[in-house]
Ligand binder design. Structure first.
Ligand code: NAD
Length: 492
């Protein structure tokens, strides 16, 4: 079995014992303890931030040419790729996700570093059109120290999505992973250290949100927070950032609608909807958790969907057959079950799932069956609130206007799926929905070159794409005199 990180923190280029609150990483498949470690304290967070500021302003880093920084990022990508099997094992133990999925996430993290390296080499500063005898330029500078705060559901991918562009832009980064999944980010630190990044530029500090996360947000030397997590936490961080006049990017929650028109290829739709809600056991910000099916095919489609859901293989994350692995933690399973109980009290019918599995082999893990509920109005709590688990609400709709109105009637705006053979209609609906991403006849596909982010309560700002690096830079205007003569106003 792969050896897990030993639980020390990566603080300014040193591996040290934490001095903050204890963190227990649990293997969700059987509840066994992976690692007990001490998280960082607020004082250790200050030390990391101060070291980061020093390393960031060191001419060795500040003066490094983009193509040289790109080479470092490429070495990190190589390091991740060479360790995919190891990272995948660690992340599956940390989160309970299937090995297939964690291997894909590690591969995508490597791709993120590789893409940001390439993007960095092709980002130009611009000459602007002058209105006098001077040369005008718009150039970009690093911000300084960036605090990256990430959730537990896809650690290596969400860490890379922040660390790669922030380093590409010439910043230093202090990364705080979530307490339920501290080990994956520590493995990333080992790889980044091995790639030869100058010391102090990168730290990984597992720890509590209140102690480490809060300190990162409030510290005067931190000049940007890049946050992925829940909407409630995002609001708190945004308010603190406002007081500091500090930019934040917020990738928050979702309650994404998926829409099946009667003319859709129904096999395509069944597969896309199953994948959209039940892969990652529903622990995905973009989970398609509100399904609208046009009335003419509603009954037939839902019957097919329920039958296909019952065939999904719920099982151990290390079993290659498994499609639905355990939830991250017993506490999270209780929260998911609580959402379902409330929905039932609100009048929902449980079409499948709605409980933990019976199999003896799964009793010690935090498993929950893929669940489909019907009979709720779009205004019910289950259709409004993010569950972050394998729970799908199905609702009927009449026509295009009706489904747009229902889909829009929600606080979130992260993603949307549309299944129809009528492309003009797909395009109309896609443009009408307030959301960051729309998938047409597919769902939950990603490419690093395509910007990602949310609207309304789903967040602020975009990650990924070439412009993703710019989000970690400050724009500066330069005016250079071309006359060699004193300004006439001075009458010299
Ligand atoms: P969370 O908000 O509880 O925690 C996220 C991170 O913030 C953790 O590292 C946590 O320790 C830290 N934190 C908590 N309180 C803090 C504070 N006061 N100051 C600073 N940091 C603090 O979220 P979670 O339960 O870890 O993750 C699940 C949530 O993440 C879901 O809502 C999901 O939709 C969202 N998410 C969004 C995206 C996206 O890209 N939009 C991607 C993945 C997950």
């Amino acid at each position: 079995m792969t050896e897990l990180p030993d639980g020390r923190l990566y603080l300014a280029g040193q591996w040290v014992a934490g001095e903050g609150a204890e963190i227990t990483s649990i293997f969700p498949a059987d509840g066994s303890v992976n690692q007990v470690l001490k998280g960082a304290s607020a004082a250790q967070t200050d030390t990391a931030i101060e070291a980061a500021a020093r390393a960031q302003s060191d001419p060795a880093w500040r003066g490094m040419k983009p193509h040289e920084r790109a080479r470092l990022l490429t070495r990190i990508a190589d390091g991740i790729e060479a360790n995919i099997a190891r990272i995948s094992q660690i992340q599956s133990r940390d989160t309970g996700k299937t090995l297939r999925e964690t291997a894909a996430l590690a591969g995508s993290a490597a791709g993120t570093f590789r893409y940001m390296a390439a993007a960095l080499e092709t980002l130009d500063d611009t000459l602007t059109v002058p209105r006098g005898d001077y040369l005008t330029m718009s150039v970009h500078e690093p911000l300084g120290v960036v605090g990256a705060i990430t959730p537990w559901n896809s650690p290596i991918a969400s860490d890379a999505q922040k660390v790669a562009p922030a380093l590409a832009a010439g910043n230093a980064v202090v990364l705080k992973p979530a307490s339920w999944s501290p080990l994956t980010a520590l493995e990333l630190a080992r790889i980044i250290e091995g790639a030869g990044l100058p010391r102090g530029l990168f730290s990984v500090l597992p720890g509590s949100g209140r102690e480490v996360g809060n300190r990162l947000v409030e510290h005067p030397l931190v000049r940007k927070i890049s946050f992925t997590g829940g909407t409630a936490t995002g609001r708190v961080i945004a308010a603190q950032a406002a007081a500091k006049l500090m930019p934040v990017s917020l990738e928050l929650g979702g309650k994404s609608p998926t829409i099946v028109f009667a003319d859709a290829d129904l096999d395509l739709a069944v597969a896309g909807i199953l994948y959209g809600i039940f892969s990652s056991t529903g622990q995905s910000c973009i989970a398609g958790s509100r399904l609208f099916v046009q009335r003419a095919v509603h009954e037939d489609f839902v019957a097919r969907l329920v039958a296909a859901t019952r065939r999904l293989v719920v099982g151990h994350p290390f079993d290659a057959q498994t499609q639905v692995a355990p939830l991250i933690h017993q506490d999270h399973r209780e929260a998911v079950a609580g959402h379902v109980a409330r929905a039932v009290a609100d009048g929902a019918q449980v079409l499948c799932g709605g409980a933990a599995p019976d199999e003896a082999a799964l009793q010690k893990g935090s498993y929950y069956l893929p669940t489909i509920l019907s009979g709720l109005p779009n205004t019910a709590a289950l259709c409004r609130d993010e569950v972050f688990g394998p729970v799908l609400a199905v609702l009927p709709f009449d026509d295009e206007d009706d489904v747009i109105a229902q889909a829009e009637d929600n606080a979130y705006g992260l993603a949307c799926g549309i299944w129809t053979r009528d492309f003009p209609r797909a395009y109309r609906v896609a443009r009408a929905i307030t959301t960051g991403t729309v998938w047409i006849n597919t769902y939950k596909q990603f490419s690093i070159s395509t910007p990602f982010g949310g609207e309304k309560d789903a967040g602020l700002g975009r990650e990924k794409g070439r412009e993703g690096i710019r989000a970690y830079m400050a724009q500066k205007s330069l005016y250079v005199d071309l006359t060699g003569r004193p300004h006439p106003w001075a009458r010299l």
